[in-house]
Structure formats: C-alpha cells, structure tokens
Design a protein around this ligand. Structure first.
Ligand code: ADP
Length: 499
C-alpha cells in the first residue's frame, strides 16, 4: 500500500478533471467552480492538479509550459495526444490535454458557430475522460499519481467507467460532481467502439441509458462518491421532477451522495475592491451603492429615478432559469415605475421576448443580449434587487454575488437558492438571518407578488438596509466547501468505502 494512503497528515493527491475553467473558458457555474475550488483545495492542504483540454485560449494564456507526456494507443479511434504542464498565476498546476483536431477551437467549448453541439463532442470529451482515467491509474505515463480523481459533469463522467473497465484494481478512487443533472452527455451506442470501451460495459448498471451511451450516468453509477452543488439539490434529484430519469439510480446510491454548497470567488466578487465599478462600497458605506445605481442607469439608458427599485437579471435565458415567468410579470412590474436591467443570452424566443419588452418600455427596461463580465459586475452593484426565479437551480452563483453586493435576491425556493436565501417575512429582520425574498409557486403571479413585497420593503430604508447587511456579512468563501470535499475524498479513498 502507498504510505500516503495511511498517513492522514500527508497531502491528499487529487486530479481535478474539468471541461472549462474561469476566467479563460467559462459557460456557467462549472467554469467558476473549476476556477476556484482547486485553489481552495490546495489551501486546505491538498496536492491538486487540474486536467483540462488545451483550448487555444488556455494555450495562449499559459505560454510557459513543458511537454510531460505523449499519450497514444488509447484504444478505439481515439487520436494520440500530448500532455503539457503549466502553472496558473497563483501557482496551481494544470495539465493541458492537447489533441489539435479536437480542442483547437475558439469560443464556446461545446457549441459550433451554428450554435449546435459540435458533432464530435463524444470523441472530444470521451478522450478527456479516457486520459483522466489513465493518469489516475497504474498505467499513467506520469510519476505523480492521484489518490482521487474528481470528475465534473458529463464531460468527464465517463472517466469512472474507464477506470472500472480498463484499469480494474490499479486505480484512484473517483468522485463525480453533478453541477447540472439535466445535461446527461448522451451518445449513440456506436461511440463505445470509437472510445475503446468494451461492449460488456454497455449495461443498465454501467454506461447504458435508454439504449444510448450516457457519460453522466456512467459517472453516477461507477464513481465511488457522488456530490452535487447544494444540499437541497442533492435531495431534489432523488425525485422524478428533478431527477431527469436518473432518480432511481441516485436513490439506489443515496448513501454515496452528498450536497456541498459552492463558494464564490470573494476576491473577484468584492464590492469594496471591484475594478469594474465606478464606485466601490461595503456594508459601512452602503449609501454609495446609490451612485452605482445612477451609473448603471446612465450606462444602460434607463431614466434617472430613485422612487422605485431597479431589478437586475444576469442569466442564461432559458426556462430552467424561470425567466419566462419574469417576461409574463414584467409589464405589471414596470407599470409601477420599477426598472429592469437584463443581461443574458440563450433561447432565441426568450431573447426576442426581452428585446420586445425593452422596446415597449424605453427608459424603464434595458436588455443586453450577450456575455459581458464587466456589465455583470455593474448590474450586481447597481441593482436594488436581483431576480432569479429558477424552476431548478443546482446551486446558483448570482444569488450569492447579489448577497455580497447588498442586492437582496428574489428567488424561487429550489436547490441552492433555498439553501442560501432566507425570506424577509420569516425571522425578525433585526436577528440578521433574513437576506432576501423567496417564493414557491413557479408562476408569474407568485413572482410578481414577491417583487412587489420586496419593493415595499425597499421603501422602508432602515429595514431594507438590515436585509442588505445580513447578506453582505455572510461568508461564502470556498474554504468551507474545500473542507467538505476533502472529507469526501478521504471517504472515497478509504479502503473501507468499497461497495
Ligand atoms: P448556470 O451555471 O446555471 O448558468 P450560475 O448562477 O451557477 O448559473 O452561474 C452563472 C455564471 O455565469 C455566473 O458567474 C454569472 O454571473 C455568469 N453569467 C451568466 N450569464 C452571463 C452573461 N450574459 N454575462 C456575464 N456573466 C454571465
């Protein structure tokens, strides 16, 4: 046995495999997590390395790198690849998997210029998972061997299957984290051959899901431990409404499943030191936040007024995020002098719906379609209230950014939103627990009623400021999550953990 496995004080060696990493390549919460959790794990005493595809943006950002291995003869039709080692500015070591034909593409890592999935995504992320497994096995070309392979979402979900079927008994333990269960990574079964997976793996208790090869199902079935990004979502996905057909499997493995709330990057998201803001502020200088609001109104062409709250939205524009409910409720809210600033992109009909809304309410509603980090920071700071009516929300980051920016969130009670936002009508405001507004029914009426309730409280300055301060005080730093992941790693790597 490796002595590191029995000496608890030695750093735990973890390979963190992901398909995106903020700030370089990010489509959502997974990118934020990959950009922050590994550093927090290192700070908690982990020897962590991150495996990522060598996207052009990462290669350009990390010109100082060394070639550490050629990986070939991986089986099936998998192409040979090179492995580069580089260090991020903070010192974190990353391994870049370089297979030009698969990863040398700019832009969204999953979608081509036509907005559709790249047709070879199965090979692209199959290779990533294959190499993650190889590096976590006794067959690795590197001398550094992880004790735990941490996989994230479907893109690396197949790695536990490769470990199980191709490296039995000679591999690291594996942890599968679900950032969003609704993306299952489902491919034609013929991909099995191309990826070099043996056909006996194509079983209901391995990688098969409704007659197809599912990367996420494989990870959920075969990883030693499963985590998801909030305690409430960990409960919800055991039910058919949220389980995407995987609820039976998850219930079967519930003793291996835990929910760990994401942290946020408290350096990047800090209203006291945010370079994107014209006016910085903290809980002691809350009055200055109003200048940020005026700046946002100017920047977005909204009328300069402060008689009703300005609502902010930064989101993918999809039904998951419940923004169709906001579209239905918006005329009612905007007719009460409230203002709305929306930044997002997503489904074409919803983008159009928001454009039409802005056209109907010039000066009261501003809509920016696209991805814009700077504007996202300015909306968090300049809005009075943040709207997030998600139908489901594995964790959600924007409600935590809002809390930190003194912009109380209005959320539906689901997933990570339920775990982070406490309604103002619950505990007395002076006890400092309440920090926002929560509603239950996924309906435009429930949303509008809650926004109106929030607007009424916004007019009551001292009580509203108590709510803002409660949110700003909360500690959403990654160190809390890192300690919990470390406990999961130790459990996964413990020989007593075997099924
Ligand atoms: P999800 O991962 O489901 O999209 P999260 O709230 O977990 O939702 O994370 C979304 C992340 O992406 C946040 O950091 C948010 O600020 C950011 N984001 C989403 N849409 C945009 C946009 N249009 N412009 C800038 N940032 C955005």
């Amino acid at each position: 046995m490796d002595p590191d496995d029995v000496l608890p004080m030695r750093p735990m060696r973890v390979l963190f495999a992901a398909s995106e990493m903020a700030p370089w390549v990010k489509t959502g919460g997974l990118g934020d997590v990959a950009g922050a959790l590994p550093d927090a794990l290192a700070a908690a005493g982990c020897d962590v390395r991150v495996l990522l595809p060598a996207y052009p943006r990462l290669m350009q950002a990390l010109p100082q790198r060394s070639l550490v291995a050629h990986v070939d003869r991986l089986g099936g039709a998998l192409p040979p690849a090179r492995l580069w080692r580089a260090h991020l500015p903070g010192g974190l070591q990353v391994l870049l998997l370089d297979a030009e034909s698969l990863y040398a593409r700019d832009g969204n890592p999953y979608l081509g210029p036509d907005g559709r999935d790249w047709p070879d995504n199965g090979m692209r992320f199959g290779l990533l998972a294959r190499v993650a497994a190889l590096l976590s096995s006794g067959d690795s070309p590197l001398t550094w061997r992880p004790q735990v392979l941490h996989c994230n979402d479907w893109q690396t979900g197949l790695a536990p299957a490769f470990l199980h079927f191709l490296h039995p008994g000679r591999a690291a333990a594996s942890v599968m984290t679900v950032h969003n269960l609704s993306f299952t990574g489902s491919f034609d079964a013929a991909l099995m051959t191309d990826l070099g997976l043996p056909w006996h793996a194509f079983r209901f208790d391995a990688v098969e899901f409704h007659g197809r090869l599912s990367f996420l199902k494989a990870g959920l079935q075969l990883a030693d431990r499963i985590t998801t990004v909030s305690p409430t979502y960990a409960d919800e996905i055991l039910r058919p409404e949220f389980g995407c057909g995987l609820e039976g499997l998850l219930r079967h493995r519930r003793d291996r499943l835990s929910g760990i709330l994401n942290g946020i990057d408290t350096v990047v998201w800090d209203p006291a030191r945010d370079p994107a803001l014209e006016v910085c502020y903290d809980a002691a200088t809350l009055a200055r936040k109003r200048e940020g609001r005026a700046a946002l109104q100017r920047a977005l062409g909204l009328a300069a007024q402060d008689t009703a709250p300005l609502l902010g939205v930064i989101s993918r524009l999809t039904e998951q995020k419940g923004l169709d409910l906001l579209l239905q409720a918006a005329d009612r809210l905007l007719s009460q002098r409230m203002q709305l600033a929306v930044l997002g992109s997503g489904e074409a009909w919803m983008e159009q719906g928001f454009r039409d809304l802005a056209a109907r309410h010039p000066g009261a509603c501003a809509v920016r379609i696209g991805f814009d980090e700077t504007l996202a920071h300015r909306i968090e700071a300049g809005a009075d209230l943040f709207v997030m009516p998600s139908r489901f929300e594995p964790c959600g980051l924007n409600q935590m950014y809002s809390l930190r920016y003194g912009t109380p969130p209005i959320v539906r009670r689901t997933g990570g939103l339920a775990d982070t936002v406490v309604d103002a009508s619950g505990p007395p405001l002076h006890d400092g627990t309440a920090n926002g507004f929560v509603f239950d029914a996924p309906s435009a009426d429930a949303l509008a009623g809650t926004v109106e309730r929030a607007a009424a409280l916004w007019r009551d300055r001292p009580r509203f400021e108590a709510l803002q301060r409660a949110g700003m005080r909360a500690d959403f730093g990654w160190h809390v999550a890192a300690r919990r992941y470390l406990a999961v790693y130790r459990a996964a790597a413990s020989p007593a953990d075997a099924d």
